[in-house]
Design a protein around this ligand. Structure first.
Ligand SMILES: Cc1cc2nc3c(=O)[nH]c(=O)nc-3n(C[C@H](O)[C@H](O)[C@H](O)COP(=O)(O)OP(=O)(O)OC[C@H]3O[C@@H](n4cnc5c(N)ncnc54)[C@H](O)[C@@H]3O)c2cc1C
Length: 424
């Protein structure tokens, strides 16, 4: 670990993407920085595991979204990390049970998607009051549960009936997706190399009313002239750090209005050569009944022998609470539905299963806005104490909220506010 400055200008709380970006930005400007991280590792909700399946598997963030403007794209390229064009490589297939759609069914599914997206666009622009994503897309017909499942549970990590349409629209991601070879978590960790991070250092109290900010935790007490807090909204809302004085009521309300959704992922290693007739980078979905959870399934990325399954929203929360065995059983049943019971014979025992809802340093995956709360991100991002206390993190970005790119941007913005405050 690099030596920590004894008299830092800036404290950064949390070494996820936002905290790493904030620390790098301030250090590039010559400030003394200390980053306090609760976990024994950096990266937060970006985490690549290489041990469990014997190859890189992202338990959290996987794609660099909105590649055209994503700040991580040039940084990855600068490190020599190969980014693959996921949109060009992805092979999509939809099914009814184990049967692949006929061309006519496929056309009907595509048309239903196009209609739902056009209605979201029109509803977001009609100038009326905010409403739920489900109301805005008003999907009907046999494919409505699948489309709602994608837009709500999978993309927003929460049921479409609880998600703000305005916020969903403001953060709809366009401009391409990239997959970093070696994993996104590994990339984020590399971007933290050399930073003055104190690991296993959870902040429990933060005094910010005086001339200095004082952070307290099991590590003792650390002071600085400014502080950037990047912990997830779930933890802010739960009072995981005791702020003294308390955060302004509108800031705290904004954290409550941007809860973290839930996703559970399971990665299975395939033994043998069976690929179900699918090429690398396949994405398979299927018709689901109303109320039936949709499973997003990516198969054989980079031609690796892996099937990655994930569910979101309430089903994810319930499954994760039941435990890894329940997650595994559910995903295996889904694989059998799509590829036949004999497919289960190709799966190595012991998949890797995520646990973001149980994780005490995240308590969920990424933020969505409650209906009527699309303005909460701007409120949460407002600098406090003239810029000497700034909140950052994916929930504070507008345009790329919920993503690593958004978190990174927010860290840069917060660092600039803090630097302006210190210079003033
Ligand atoms: C399953 C899943 C899939 C995802 N898919 C994608 C994707 O494909 N593409 C994408 O761009 N994004 C994706 N995301 C979202 C992305 O991972 C997050 O938006 C981003 O990593 C958040 O970064 P952050 O810095 O805001 O927060 P975090 O990464 O949560 O960082 C906050 C840090 O604060 C630390 N902390 C918490 N409390 C304390 C405390 N009291 N004291 C000190 N430290 C503390 C935490 O340990 C953590 O390291 C996904 C996330 C998940 C979980």
């Amino acid at each position: 670990m690099p030596r920590l400055p004894t008299d830092p200008d800036l404290l950064v709380i949390g070494a996820g993407a936002a905290g790493i970006a904030a620390a790098r930005t301030a250090m590039e400007a010559g400030l003394g920085v200390v980053v306090l991280e609760a976990r024994g590792r950096v990266g937060g909700r970006a985490l690549t595991d290489t041990a469990r399946l014997g190859l890189p598997y992202d338990l959290g963030a996987t794609w660099l979204h909105q590649a055209a403007t994503n700040p991580l794209v040039p940084l990855a390229e600068g490190l020599g990390v190969t980014l693959h064009d996921s949109d060009a490589l992805r092979r999509e297939r939809s099914q009814i049970g184990a049967r692949v759609l006929t061309p006519a069914e496929d056309a009907a599914y595509s048309a239903a998607w196009a209609e739902a997206e056009a209605r979201i666009e029109a509803a977001a622009r009609d100038g009326g009051p905010d409403r739920s994503l489900a109301e805005g897309m008003a999907a009907t017909g046999p494919w409505a549960p699948a489309i709602e499942g994608w837009q709500g549970d999978i993309i927003s990590a929460a049921p479409a009936g609880r998600v703000s349409l305005q916020d969903f629209h403001a953060n709809a991601l366009e401009g391409g997706n990239r997959l970093p070879e070696g994993g996104f978590g590994a990339l984020v960790a590399r971007l933290a190399e050399g930073l003055p991070v104190m690991l296993d250092a959870p902040v429990t109290r933060l005094a910010w009313g005086g001339r200095e900010a004082v952070a307290e935790g099991p590590f003792g007490t650390i002071r600085a002239r400014a502080v950037i807090v990047t912990i997830p909204t779930s933890l802010l809302a739960a009072g995981a750090i005791r702020f003294d004085p308390p955060l302004p009521a509108e800031t705290l309300q904004a954290a409550h209005d941007l809860p973290l959704g839930q996703v559970v992922k399971a990665g299975f290693r395939v033994v043998g050569e069976e690929r179900f007739g699918l090429p690398p980078f396949s994405s398979v979905d299927r018709l689901v009944a109303p109320g039936e959870p949709l499973v997003a399934m990516s198969l054989f990325p980079f031609a690796r022998p892996v099937i990655s399954c994930h569910v979101g929203g309430d089903a994810a929360q319930a499954l994760e609470a039941e435990g890894d065995a329940a997650v595994e059983a559910f995903m295996r049943a889904e694989i059998a539905t799509r590829f036949g019971a004999e497919a289960l014979g190709c799966l190595a025992p012991g998949p890797i299963v995520s646990e973001w809802g149980r994780d005490r340093w995240s308590r969920g995956v990424y933020s969505y806005a409650r209906i009527g709360c699309a303005g909460a991100r701007t409120i949460l991002a407002r600098p406090l104490a003239g810029g000497r206390l700034c909140l950052a993190g994916e929930a504070t970005d507008t345009g790329m909220a919920g993503t690593v790119g958004g978190a990174w941007r927010s860290g840069v913005v917060a660092a600039r506010s803090a630097m302006a405050a210190l210079a003033g």
